[in-house]
Design a protein around this ligand. Structure first.
Ligand code: FES
Length: 145
């Protein structure tokens, strides 16, 4: 059911933890499954993501997607990090079963929420970034669980 990469990131998640004095912190949840994900970003003056850590209280797929998402945004610019969509995370993990697609959405939204927090703190605007919802369940349209 799960690819080797998903199992690897679930069993050995990368970048678990917190960043003290993080540049941006984003927390999102899905009220339907009850899972919560928090992403911490350390962004330097050039706008490069020097470090990224996560904490996920959620299913195995949520752990694997947050782990992969942190790997994908590390070392990237903000613009590049905006391209780390749930689709990109799923592709990097060699796919997820359809009922687990919403878990990868949590990862995308948590990154966006952390970037939003960073933008708010620094009084800047990030192109294409809207204020994130704290519960992604609100914006899902009849997806099967
Ligand atoms: Fe909800 Fe995976 S079951 S995030």
């Amino acid at each position: 059911m799960y690819s080797d990469k998903v199992m690897d990131h679930f069993e050995n998640p990368r970048n678990v933890g917190e960043i003290e004095n993080a540049s941006g912190i984003g927390t999102v949840g899905n009220a339907k499954c009850g899972d919560i994900m928090r992403i911490y970003l350390d962004i330097d003056e050039e706008g490069i993501i020097q470090d990224c850590k996560f904490k996920t209280f959620g299913c195995g797929a949520a752990v694997a997607t947050s782990s992969m998402a942190t790997e994908l945004v590390k070392g990237k610019s903000i613009e590049e990090a905006m391209k780390v969509t749930n689709q990109a995370v799923m592709e990097a993990l060699d796919g997820l079963p359809p009922v687990k697609v919403h878990c990868s959405l949590l990862a995308e939204e948590a990154i966006h929420a952390a970037l939003w927090d960073y933008a708010q703190k620094n009084g800047i605007q990030i192109e294409g970034l809207a204020q994130p919802k704290s519960d992604i369940h609100e914006e899902e349209s009849g997806e099967e669980y």
